[in-house]
Design a binder for this molecule. Structure first.
Ligand code: NOJ
Length: 577
């Protein structure tokens, strides 16, 4: 090679070198952009509306809501501003626990519709640029599921180990294999005549737990997830996900002084649920499930777990450090935190301190198992508006149960006549004791039909509604609140619109405002890209003086307000200058 050729080739190599550097630069840029986009994943900034399909809207007059009903009422949800809809189970089921007892994961219960309608629903939601989240009950099936029937038929059939079977103790083997209690109290072991063995059920006896130690079971349930993801479902709410695995040595649980399980701990009924809840294998399974969910993209799919446990447990389910477990978990302390400035401040500080960004907390104030959120607020609409202002301005994913936007109140439905299997189970408890606790043991009370208008049965059905419609509360119906500018429903609309239009409310950094916060006022700011919003909330029934701040008033729970005072239970958001 001559000198000139040599230098030419050096030049080429140099040019190539530049090209490679340039390509590398582009790749890095793309990577950076991707990680930017990763931070702005849809589920991190979304708002979720939960539908209990049985009670939402009935289109065929059988007194039960249905999937067509959801399709017909999508306008309502979209007008509120919600971007994601989570629907409680509507799969084939004997409906003893109203869908949380599934007998076929890939078929739709005929009372709700059929596969075609379900696909139509997914499509209709996507057409509106919204997302749909299904409720995945992985822990247990119905005892009428073909898997259980086969499993129960003998001790040596191909599915014999698909459920948690165990020989009993005692002379004739009729005593439960160990002391484990179900999450709702009482032994979770149930005798099966056919197999002459006990089977384990974390919840009710007709909901036998699947045996996840059996790899075939795991695969079968991961296939269920794959099936619906391939149909375009955007994510899952995971039912009692902390009960998935049990200790395979069936060690007895230690005693505890705790009587009633709480949001932070499943322990209760004088027992530490050490060996049947929150097992290491369940944490690992969360990452396996995440890998399956992540294998579906565009858009990225999402999971929220129903888990009861302390901070460490929740972190384990999300694989906090690696971020490869469940995307988020319901932080149920929201349900038991008293409506007081200091308590709410503490709750937010607890969530922010333990689950800082990029983790996204959840804010949930009611669901199909809990009392309506307005009940502990004394049915006071001013407080309900303040709650909404808080829920849509705090950092996290707001989950709103259908009818909360109307302020549906909890009717009094006696335990004795409850359709809810839990009500039937607890019916021996005297009603006055239930009333005294202020809790709802009859979940029918939070599942009453949606109030659409003032016609018969509040426009929910042309037939006989499966649960009584709160007739005396018809003034809360959508059609009525529509006409009232100051209604709770219209406040929800304004508030969610504000959140949707302001990225800072979705993703901004939250800081508790020491200056404005007091025993009566809870204040925090949200900050992002040079913008700062101040959220002021008066938790007292008296006017509270506040220092006037210069800024633009974006919203208040009152139509008229003063710059230097917060009215009783007023919430306000100001864009600071
Ligand atoms: C929790 C669900 O929220 C509840 O409604 C259901 O009864 C139990 N899990 C059992 O699936």
């Amino acid at each position: 090679m001559t000198k000139t050729e040599d230098s030419k080739s050096t030049m080429r190599t140099m040019r190539l070198g530049h090209w490679w550097r340039f390509i590398l630069f582009l790749a890095v840029l793309a990577g950076a952009q991707r990680s930017n986009a990763q931070d702005e994943l849809w589920w991190k900034s979304t708002t979720v509306y939960q539908i209990y399909p049985r009670s939402f809207y009935d289109t065929d007059g059988d007194g039960l809501g249905d999937l067509n009903g959801i399709i017909q009422k999508l306008d309502h949800i979209q007008a509120l501003g919600f971007e994601t809809i989570w629907i409680s189970p509507f799969f084939k089921s004997p409906q003893r626990d109203f869908g949380y007892d599934i007998s076929d994961y890939q078929s739709i219960a005929p009372e709700y519709g059929d596969k075609q309608t379900c696909l139509k629903l997914i499509e209709a939601i996507h057409k509106r640029d919204m997302k749909i989240v299904f409720d995945l009950v992985m822990n247990h099936t119905s005892d009428e599921h073909a898997w259980f029937k086969e499993s129960a038929s003998s001790k040596d059939n191909p599915k014999a180990d698909w459920y948690v079977w165990k020989d009993g103790k005692g002379k004739n083997g009729r005593k439960p294999p160990n002391n484990w209690k179900a999450t709702i109290g009482g032994s979770g072991w149930h005798w099966h005549e056919g197999r002459q063995q006990f089977y384990w059920a974390s919840f009710l006896d007709f909901q036998p737990d699947l045996n996840y130690s059996n790899p075939e079971v795991k695969q079968a349930m991961l296939d269920v997830a794959r099936f619906w993801l391939s149909k375009g479902v955007d994510g899952f709410r995971l039912d009692i996900f902390n009960s998935i695995f049990e200790d395979t040595a069936f060690t007895n649980n230690p005693a505890s002084l705790k009587i009633v399980p709480s949001e932070e701990s499943p322990d209760g009924f004088f027992q530490k649920m050490k060996y049947n809840v929150n097992q290491e294998e369940s944490f690992r399974f969360a990452t396996e499930l995440r890998a399956v969910v992540d294998s579906f993209q565009n858009p990225e799919r999402f999971m929220v777990g129903e888990v009861f446990g302390d901070v460490e447990t929740i972190k384990k389910f999300t694989s906090f450090e690696n971020k490869d477990g469940l995307h988020t978990i319901f932080l149920f302390q929201t349900l038991s935190t008293p409506f007081k400035a200091k308590k709410w401040r503490k709750m937010v500080e607890h969530f922010e301190g333990n689950f800082p960004a990029p983790f996204v907390p959840t804010y949930v104030f009611s669901n199909h198992d809990r009392r309506r959120s307005i009940t502990p607020l004394g049915n006071d609409v001013r407080k309900a508006k303040l709650l909404a202002l808080f829920q849509f301005s705090v950092r996290g994913i707001p989950f709103t149960y259908y009818g909360e936007e109307l302020g549906i109140e909890k009717p009094k439905l006696p335990l004795k006549t409850g359709k809810d299997p839990l009500a039937q189970r607890y019916k021996a408890i005297p009603q006055f004791m239930v009333d005294w606790t202020g809790q709802s043991l009859n979940r029918d009370e939070c599942r009453t039909p949606m109030l659409w208008d003032t016609t018969a049965h509040a426009g929910f059905t042309s037939g006989e509604p499966w649960l009584p419609v709160a007739e005396n509360l018809r003034e809360k119906a959508v059609s009525v609140q529509e006409e009232d500018e100051e209604s709770l429903m219209n406040f929800y609309r304004k508030m969610i619109r504000l959140r949707n239009e302001n990225e800072v409310l979705q993703m901004g950094v939250l800081t508790v405002d020491e200056g404005f916060s007091s025993a009566k006022i809870f204040a925090f700011s949200r900050e992002m890209k040079g913008q700062k919003l101040l959220v002021l909330m008066n938790f007292s029934k008296r006017n509270q003086k506040v220092e006037s701040v210069s800024g633009e008033n974006l919203i208040s729970t009152y139509m008229d307000f003063s710059k230097t005072e917060l009215k009783p239970f007023e919430g306000r958001i100001i864009r600071l200058q």
